[in-house]
Write a protein that binds this ligand. Structure first.
Ligand code: BGC
Ligand code: NOJ
Length: 812
């Protein structure tokens, strides 16, 4: 069952009922100020950091779901309705929510009034624009009242939800004309405030929640809305809110635009106050002035659209498969930019409080957006590398506001360092910007202890070499990519965190996943050494890589697939010898991506085993059979019920590793088949089961052993975004940026006739036509660039600003 449709021309998903199986959300903002917004206008706004600078309140895990947001009420006679359905929840005559790139628009109607409500954050300003257009489509004059509503958060989102003894006394506001200012704690250590304005004369306001709502009421039927009159309340402590009321009279056919602005202002210390002691409102006023008219809002909206077009136009496909095209052209790039921005911090599944920017996560995200915004990728790489330790290890996370490593979680996730090599080499291949390698980057944010970025990569490489176990495989530390395989934790105490508890010294447990990663990304490091003419260093690096391949061959192969790990007691994990968890996905993906066993058939065998034991209708599960009980030596993985999350859920993030691995053995049919199993556009028809948004990936889909296979969770912020985009564009469609040119190496289903791609690469536009006359999976028979046949499958670098026509004929 579907709850909407894709509008590819407008690059939108159009939701046609407010009652989706879960709130279907979107993100606003691309610089410092952001909002999350659902299809009933639930959500919240924040500046940079969803924990430390949250502007409005949101109630996670509430009943009903998705409570609190950017709300409007229209009172038309005795009928009260909301343009986004919530909070009034009155049945509407029509409803649409259009989630687009950086904006959400609601179009709804009730009793001859049409409301069109757009939310977006203009480029470069810390303000959310909410423009509401009301039109009288009936024959009679309408006299209505419009009310806005938001609830202020007292900045620190965790404190706001826990520290009531203080917080119920601190709230402060100011009201001037049609603007409500929220200034809690501004009198002391804060230099920031927020405001909520409307470009119309108001006939009332409320800033105190209790006066607005009544103590025993809820957002559906606030006292003030029922009465049709706000009481001009001024908040002193308790829960400050902002609500305006505007009286509107519309003749038949008449329309009005109302512009609401929800802004964030920082003032310099010396200029915090006016002489009368009130807050300095200059900056707020100039921002309000800037967006006072419909024309100004339209212009800002057009700029936003243009900036997104610029990003998505870097890679466009024309194919006979609409679902593939809309993913590649719209939703892959969009979700990848969003995961870059938010890492894993703020979604409807991530509270914005727990996690900041992840070292491993954000390095991987680079692969999904570097071609769209190389500047941002560069900065992100530097920021991440600045949290690396001198020995090559790294803080697992850092806070976006301070960019400092998070001491609560610390380090010792031994896959982390290698991801820095992946992100940096991916950046280099895309941009050719070698200067990044000589950039001085601190260790642990200490500028007195800095080294060129290249040195950070070297330390990453040697962090693995210096931390090998008894089978010469890498020690796993707290965990590798799989946060829940906690081989040094041994916790029987439910109050321990699986991620931070290390009860053992970590000198035994080894990871075959890190071994495969080392061969893959270590080779990237060695290649880099060669390109930098560091011959001896390259030779040395290759010798370590060879040893690792040997160790995998000797101790990492189980007969029909790659082992996953050795635990503290030297027991095999992910082996046919195990009772449960006999085969894992990650080591198959990484070892084959690294080329291990490709020549001798083991790679094919491992992938066949994946197909046989792990693949199911909805994707490839992480391991099998699932753990049916808690294993002290394994940790969190065995804490989940079978079929969920890391315990044999379909952890979408690692499915593309298998897709890419399949392309390494030339199996384009399987690679693409796996792609369609987890890609949201292909799941739209089963939205009632899938539950999460049909336009973005979710972290997890319940696996074949789960109670309800196919049900997804944790949508939006997942490494799946970057990895699937990377897999489809570079390995299936085969457009691969490399240091000295663009390699074309598709691996597609045999039945495809071909497709067209436009790719901007290093300021050159390539218009590429790929033809598959012999119906093969893989193999470039001929490459023609501007009517010249070129040997091999790599288009050399061309003059900046030029455009080239490329024809690729596949065949043997
Ligand atoms: C989840 C992981 C996550 C980890 C760290 C676990 O409960 O299953 O996917 O990475 O927590 O927050
Ligand atoms: C989600 C985390 O963000 C990511 O870092 C981790 O690799 C996966 N969970 C798997 O545990």
């Amino acid at each position: 069952m579907k709850y909407g449709f894709f509008d590819d021309i407008n690059q939108e998903y159009v939701i046609t009922t407010p009652k989706t199986p879960f709130p279907w959300i979107n993100y606003l903002g691309s610089n410092d100020y952001y909002s999350i917004i659902s299809n009933t206008s639930g959500g919240y706004s924040f500046f940079k950091d969803a924990r430390l600078r949250r502007l409005t309140r949101y109630r996670y895990n509430n009943i009903p779901l998705d409570t609190n947001g950017k709300y409007f009420y229209i009172k038309d006679g005795e009928t009260i309705w909301s343009p986004a359905w919530k909070p009034a929840q009155t049945e509407l005559d029509s409803y649409q929510c259009r989630h687009g790139l950086g904006y959400s628009r609601f179009i709804s109607s009730k009793d001859n009034i049409q409301a069109s409500l757009i939310f977006f954050i203009p480029n470069g300003d810390n303000v959310e624009i909410q423009m509401l257009t009301l039109e009288n489509q009936g024959e009679a004059q309408k006299n209505i009242k419009l009310f806005s509503f938001i609830e202020w958060n007292l900045w620190n989102a965790l404190d706001d939800m826990t520290n009531f003894q203080r917080n119920l006394s601190t709230g402060e506001v100011e009201i001037e004309d049609s603007v409500i200012y929220h200034k809690t704690e501004y009198r002391e250590r804060r230099n920031h405030y927020a405001f909520y304005s409307v470009n119309a004369e108001i006939d009332g306001f409320d800033t105190d929640r209790e006066s607005f709502m009544g103590l025993y009421n809820d957002l559906k039927t606030p006292d003030a809305i029922i009465a049709g009159q706000l009481s001009n309340s001024e908040a002193h402590g308790w829960s400050p809110i902002a609500s305006h009321s505007v009286s509107i009279s519309l003749m038949p056919g008449e329309k009005v635009d109302l512009i609401f602005l929800l802004g964030y202002i920082e003032n310099e210390q010396e200029k915090k106050f006016y002489s009368d002691g009130s807050i300095n409102k200059d900056a707020a006023k100039s921002l309000i002035h800037k967006y006072q008219t419909t024309e100004a809002v339209d212009e800002a909206f057009n700029e936003l659209k243009l900036s997104w077009n610029k990003k998505t136009s870097k890679l466009q496909i024309k194919s006979s498969d609409d679902k593939l095209s809309r993913m590649v052209n719209i939703w892959h790039p969009y979700q990848s930019m969003i995961t870059y921005q938010f890492s894993r911090s703020a979604s409807f599944f991530e509270s914005g409080i727990g996690r900041g920017i992840g070292f491993r996560d954000s390095n991987q995200d680079i692969a999904g957006f570097v071609h769209m915004d190389p500047q941002k990728a560069r900065q992100r790489i530097i920021d991440i590398a600045s949290t690396q330790f001198e020995d090559g290890g790294a803080y697992h996370q850092y806070q976006p506001l301070t960019k400092r490593g998070n001491n609560d979680i610390g380090g010792n996730f031994n896959d982390d360092p290698l991801w820095l090599i992946f992100s940096t080499t991916t950046y280099l291949k895309e941009t050719g910007d070698w200067s990044i390698l000589t950039e001085l980057v601190p260790f642990d944010n200490n500028i007195n202890n800095s080294a060129p970025l290249f040195e950070h990569l070297r330390r990453s490489f040697y962090h693995v070499v210096n931390n090998l176990g008894k089978h010469n495989l890498p020690l796993i530390g707290r965990a590798d990519w799989n946060d829940c395989l906690n081989l040094n934790c041994f916790s029987n105490n439910p109050d321990d965190s699986f991620q931070t508890t290390e009860n053992l010294d970590g000198k035994n447990a080894e990871s075959v996943l890190i071994a495969g990663m080392f061969v893959l990304y270590g080779t990237e490091f060695a290649r880099l050494c060669e390109l930098l003419s560091k011959k001896d260093e390259a030779i040395e690096a290759y010798s370590h890589i060879e040893k690792m391949v040997e160790a995998i061959n000797t101790s990492g192969w189980d007969g029909e697939w790659f082992l996953r790990a050795y635990d503290h007691f030297d027991n095999k994990i992910g082996s046919h010898e195990c009772d449960e968890g006999k085969i894992f996905i990650e080591s198959q993906g990484f070892c084959v991506m690294a080329g291990i066993g490709v020549k001798d058939g083991r790679a094919q065998l491992a992938l066949d085993s994946v197909n046989k034991h792990l693949a199911c209708e909805y994707g490839i599960v992480l391991q099998n059979p699932p753990y049916s009980k808690y294993y002290l030596n394994l940790g969190e993985i065995s804490s989940y019920p079978p079929g969920y999350k890391e315990n044999a859920g379909i952890f979408c993030h690692n499915n593309p590793w298998i897709m890419i691995a399949e392309t390494k053995v030339g199996n384009g049919d399987r690679a693409f088949d796996y792609y369609t199993r987890i890609t949201p556009a292909y799941l739209e028809e089963i939205s009632q089961l899938h539950k999460t948004e049909p336009y973005v990936y979710s972290q997890m889909i319940a696996g074949k052993d789960a109670y309800r296979p196919g049900e997804a969770k944790n949508s939006w912020l997942t490494g799946t975004a970057a990895w699937n985009y990377y897999a489809i564009s570079q390995f299936i469609l085969g457009i691969q940026p490399d240091y000295a040119g663009l390699r074309i190496d598709p691996c597609i289903p045999k039945e495809w006739d071909g497709y067209n791609i436009v790719r901007e690469f290093r300021d050159v536009t390539y218009i590429i036509e790929i033809k598959n006359p012999d119906h093969v999976n893989q193999g470039v028979k001929q490459l023609i660039v501007d009517n010249h046949v070129i040997a091999g499958n790599k288009i050399p670098l061309m003059e900046k600003g030029s455009t080239h026509n490329v024809t690729v004929i596949l065949g043997n």
